[in-house]
Structures are given as C-alpha cells and as structure tokens.
Design a binder for this molecule. Structure first.
Ligand SMILES: Cc1cc2nc3c(=O)[nH]c(=O)nc-3n(C[C@H](O)[C@H](O)[C@H](O)COP(=O)(O)OP(=O)(O)OC[C@H]3O[C@@H](n4cnc5c(N)ncnc54)[C@H](O)[C@@H]3O)c2cc1C
Length: 422
C-alpha cells in the first residue's frame, strides 16, 4: 500500500486526488489517497469577485469536503499541515499528530503578501472567501456614502485577472444604482492586459477600450507604495509620486508560498518566494517523492517587466499540473521512468454582468500555437455555466471528462500533458 498525502483542498489538491483515483487501476500497488485541509469546503475561487460584489452567496460556490471525499474513498483530515519533514517522509498536523507518506503533493495555494504600507488596514481583498465576504460588507457601507474607488495590483502580483474583473463588475453595479463616482485602476503591468503573460492577442486593445468606455481611468507601470484611509499613493518608473483620493480600495496582493513550505528545507522552498521548487515533471529535484500543484509552484516570470510581475497560475493550468503529477506518481510506484509535464494551457473568463471577457492560450510560454482574446455576451453565460459545471465535477469526482478534453483538443489543439523526452 502506497500512501499519497495531498496538502490542500482547492482546485490543485482535489484535481490531483481525483486524477490519482482515476489512475488507481494502473498502479501495481494499492494506493491510499489522503487530503489534508482545515478549510472544510472546496470553494470556487473564480467566483470570489462575485461574492464580494454580492452576485453570489458562499453556499452557491462551496462543496463539503468530508462527505464528498468519502464517496470516492479518499481519506480526509480536517486540519492544516504545520510542518513538512522531507527526510522522514512525514508531515505534522496542527494537533501535533504525524502523517507519514510515500508521496507528498503540496497544493496549499499562496500566502497573501499584504506588504504595501497600509494595505492590510485600508485595502480590501478578494483572494479568500472570508476576504471577499468582508469586502462585500465594506462595499455595502461604502454604497451609503460613496466616493472615489481605486482597484489594482501591487508590484510582484501574478494574478491580475480578478482585479480587472472586479473593477468592471463594480462599475456595472454602481451604474445600476445610478452612482457616478471616479474609478481608478492602478497596475504594475507595462500595459493594460499584460497579465504577467506579455499580453494575450488583442488583450491590450479590448481591455483598454472596456476600461475607457466605463470611465475607468487607468495607470500602468505604477508601483503602489501606500494606502491610507482616504488616499492611495503610487510612484512611476522615475520615482515621482502621485496621490489619489479614495473611499474604497481593492488590491491584488503578491503571492508567496505559505509557512508550511518554509518548514521543509530550502531545497523545497525557493528562497526568493517560498514556493515549491519543481522540475518539468512538477517533482522536487532533491526529494523525488515530493510534488507540487497549483499556485504554490514556483514558476519564473516569462518576461522581465520594468516593475516586477509574476506568471498567473490559472484553473486549467492547475488541472494540467494535477494530471501530470498523478501520472508521474503512478509511474513512480510502477518503477516506470516515463515523466509527464503539463502543457500549461489557460482559459480565463471574466463575467462582468452584462458581458464577458476572456482569453485562451494553448500554452503560457511564447511562441504560442493558439492565443485568443475576446469580449462577448456568450462569455458571461459561459462563466456562469462553467462555475456550475466545475462544481459538478468536484461533486461527482469527474475532474476532466473525456468530452471536455476532446473539445479543448478539437477547438484549440491543446493537449493537457505530454511526455518529457530524454
Ligand atoms: C480572486 C481570484 C480569482 C481567480 N479567478 C480565476 C479564474 O476566473 N479562472 C482561472 O482559471 N483562475 C482563476 N484564479 C486563479 C486560480 O485558479 C485560483 O487561485 C485557484 O484557486 C488556485 O488553486 P490552488 O489549489 O493552487 O490554491 P487554493 O485554491 O488557494 O487552494 C489551496 C487550499 O490549500 C489549503 N491550505 C493552505 N495551507 C494549508 C496547510 N498548511 N495545510 C492544509 N491545507 C492548506 C487552503 O485552505 C485551500 O483550501 C483566481 C484566483 C483568485 C485569487
């Protein structure tokens, strides 16, 4: 019996657990899959902006982990892992108990770095469900006495999509309520729609136009340096400062790896960002039985920008990582040296109420076989339907049904994983 322990019950952790389960029959030894997560629900993160505006309730985007995982014979421990001891093949849980593993998959998501002065105190966040719910409350109070709004991202941010989605949703919500106030978008990206990806097809043109049509004044190549109760300060590349009056602020933070990754040694945690260092097979080079999936994986920026930006790790990329890792673990068990690597394709859709904006990339690395950026009404429905579809996948354990794989392959000529040639 091989014990596979997965830390984290988000998209990365559950996709890995489900892929491993689907590959069980290929394993020469029995496997026991354990998911460790104090958060008792799977939550659909892409709907957090909607939670913050009040367009969704938490129960609509959550799935109970214990009862769901039980159905699929996946062991569940409702605690956080606090320490990883790679040389002893075990983790320590919050209550001090130990959990041994033959293979460990780290899928904890990020630690949110609220590192700009005043960000923690005065800026809202939508990166966790509790942050999004607090932002919803603050938004309700703000509506009683509205004023200028600042939305944006701090230097080093890798997740820009939700910031764009949030300000465009917020502009719709304010329009509906006939509230006319100044809206500002401040980003370290060198141009609108860069996304830490060097742009995607016509992302700059479409997204700039969308911001302009909604009277959202934007600033690029900017470094937010301070957030106060009534203003946001930022600098340009030459270091000259500007201040904007603000009544409501939402900023995307930079992501680091969480504390538990740091407890494994610096052969696991990248000293620069504490994320898990992996090779192309998403396997740690020093401890070959440790893998990582999701936002916690250390991926270098794909291009240097004047103010640092990171690479986004989106849902589809994460599912591909999970599929590659599940295959590699089963191959390890079978003593098969074949290694898989994920294609890292990305589909990202922002539902902004009356329309949708989204992109597809066959791979985040350039040159790309396919790259599309679109705005149309269909995408608004697509995201709503996709949310329900994804929650269905989590509830039924069907992480990537064949028809999904075939459709993506047919439409975009993208494959989830491929063999690493020696
Ligand atoms: C606001 C927002 C919107 C996004 N929208 C989209 C989108 O529209 N489309 C898209 O493709 N991508 C989107 N993303 C990016 C990405 O898909 C999500 O961030 C995704 O949730 C990442 O999955 P993950 O499993 O890596 O991490 P998470 O979803 O963060 O899951 C990590 C899990 O690990 C648990 N955990 C953490 N530490 C421990 C520990 N020590 N022990 C045990 N468990 C632990 C956490 O509680 C959590 O349950 C969005 C991201 C954000 C922040």
């Amino acid at each position: 019996m091989k014990k596979i322990v997965i830390i984290g019950g988000g998209i990365g952790g559950l996709s890995t657990a489900y892929y491993l389960r689907s590959l069980k029959n290929k394993s020469k030894e029995n496997i026991k899959i354990t998911v460790v997560s104090k958060r008792r629900n799977f939550e659909f993160t892409p709907a957090f902006p909607h939670l913050a505006i009040g367009w969704r309730k938490l129960y609509q985007i959550s799935v109970d982990l214990e009862s769901t995982l039980k159905k699929f014979d996946i062991n569940y421990i409702p605690q956080d892992a606090t320490i990883i001891i790679p040389e002893k093949n075990k983790i320590i849980l919050e209550d001090g108990k130990e959990e041994e593993y033959d293979y460990l998959v780290i899928a904890t998501g990020p630690r949110l770095m609220m590192e700009v002065e005043g960000q923690k105190e005065y800026a809202n966040s939508i990166c966790t469900s509790s942050h999004a719910l607090k932002t919803f409350q603050n938004f309700q109070s703000f509506l009683e006495n509205p004023g200028p709004v600042v939305v944006g991202a701090i230097p080093g941010t890798s997740c820009f999509g939700p910031a764009y989605e949030f300000i465009l949703m917020l502009s719709r919500e304010l329009k509906k309520r006939k509230i006319n106030i100044p809206l500002y978008f401040i980003t370290p990206e060198p141009f609108i729609g860069h996304f830490g990806l060097g742009g995607v097809a016509e992302s700059n043109k479409i997204l700039s136009q969308e911001l302009e049509e909604n009277n959202i004044k934007y600033f690029t190549n900017k470094k937010i340096t301070k957030v106060e109760a009534n203003k946001v300060t930022f600098e340009d590349l030459e270091g000259s400062k500007e201040e904007i009056e603000s009544k409501f602020v939402m900023l995307m933070p930079r992501f680091n790896g969480p504390e538990v990754v740091e407890t494994a040694d610096d052969k696991v945690a990248n000293p620069a960002n504490k994320m898990v260092m992996v090779n192309k097979a998403f396997q740690n080079e020093e401890y070959k039985n440790i893998y990582a999936v999701g936002v916690v994986v250390s991926i270098p920026p794909i291009e240097k920008t004047p103010i640092p930006t990171g690479v986004p790790k989106t849902g589809m990329m994460i599912e591909h990582m999970a599929l590659a890792v599940a295959n590699n673990i089963i191959n390890d068990i079978n003593n098969d040296p074949t290694r898989y690597t994920p294609e890292l394709s990305a589909i990202c859709v922002a539902d902004i109420g009356d329309t949708g904006i989204g992109f597809f990339l066959s791979s985040i690395q350039k040159p790309r076989k396919t790259e599309l950026y679109m705005k149309n009404y269909f995408l608004h429905h697509f995201k709503t339907v996709f949310e329900k579809y994804f929650l269905w996948k989590i509830k039924t354990g069907k992480i990537t049904p064949l028809f999904e794989e075939k459709t993506i392959n047919l439409l975009f000529k993208a494959h989830p994983i491929y063999k690493i040639e020696k």
